[in-house]
Design a protein around this ligand. Sequence first.
Ligand code: NAD
Length: 284
Amino acid sequence: MEVKKVAVIGGGTMGNGIAHVFAMNSIPVNLIETKQEFADRALSTIEKNLNRMVKKEKITDGEKVSTLDSIEVFLDVEEGVKDVDLVIEAVPENYDIKKSVFEKIDKAAPGHAILASNTSSISITKLAAITSRPEKCIGMHFFNPVPVMKLVEVVRGLETDDETYEATEAAAKLLAKVPVPVNDSPGFVSNRVLMPMINEAIFCVGEGVATPEHVDEVMKLGMAHPMGPLRLADFIGLDVCLDILKVLYDGFKDPKYRPAPLLVQMVDAGKLGNKTGEGFYSYD
Ligand SMILES: NC(=O)c1ccc[n+]([C@@H]2O[C@H](COP(=O)([O-])OP(=O)(O)OC[C@H]3O[C@@H](n4cnc5c(N)ncnc54)[C@H](O)[C@@H]3O)[C@@H](O)[C@H]2O)c1
């Protein structure tokens, strides 16, 4: 099955980036939001990012205009998914919100359509079980910022069939992304490997082994990481890191995933990283 039109549900950090890359690759996008002001914010972010690409001469002004023209906004999920081949859900990381979205899209999307989630940690198998087409459900895990990052983890749920996997993989390649197949498991591969490293870095700070700056310097200079784990944790959001560690801890029942006490304290204190202006570092 060839993906000729997509719907992206949620135009936040990830959703606007996903809409951007599909539209830029000549695939029309129905962008679905809950309010016009959120949709406007998503469109203005996409336009700002396209302007930056024009300035760097990565795309022409004409390509910018045709990309924006390929995105149509909907404030009604049922309306927005009824003529697409692939739906990508990018609403907040909350099972109840995703459940209500999956119920709606399963009813309203065409029978052949693939239902994908950009979830970072919720089980694809569990989301698929909400629908009447678990074999057509899959994880399409993009990375932030979507227009820049090459990786898409393509997550197979228990019942995902080969046709769905292959069509999703082909769609990712069409975006010039690199799809990597993984099976459904807490944190998939990306967060299962990344979050324990971030957590251990936070233990080092909490136990007075080194300052955040020094932990990051060790990982940048010694391990050639472009960004240290604590700077990255601030960028991701410390609340998001804590939520993902809880998913790993609950999913595996293994104490190696227990969140560092300092991480819990910082989240309790509202120091969530870049988005609140303070985390392991201060931001203007
Ligand atoms: N932020 C990241 O770095 C990152 C990376 C990979 C995956 N993810 C995953 O992507 C998903 C989205 O994360 P985000 O950071 O973009 O969140 P976000 O909060 O920035 O955006 C979510 C958007 O969904 C909209 N929304 C909420 N309910 C809706 C509904 N019923 N219908 C339509 N729109 C609705 C909100 O208005 C908001 O604009 C989550 O599952 C998250 O785990 C996030």
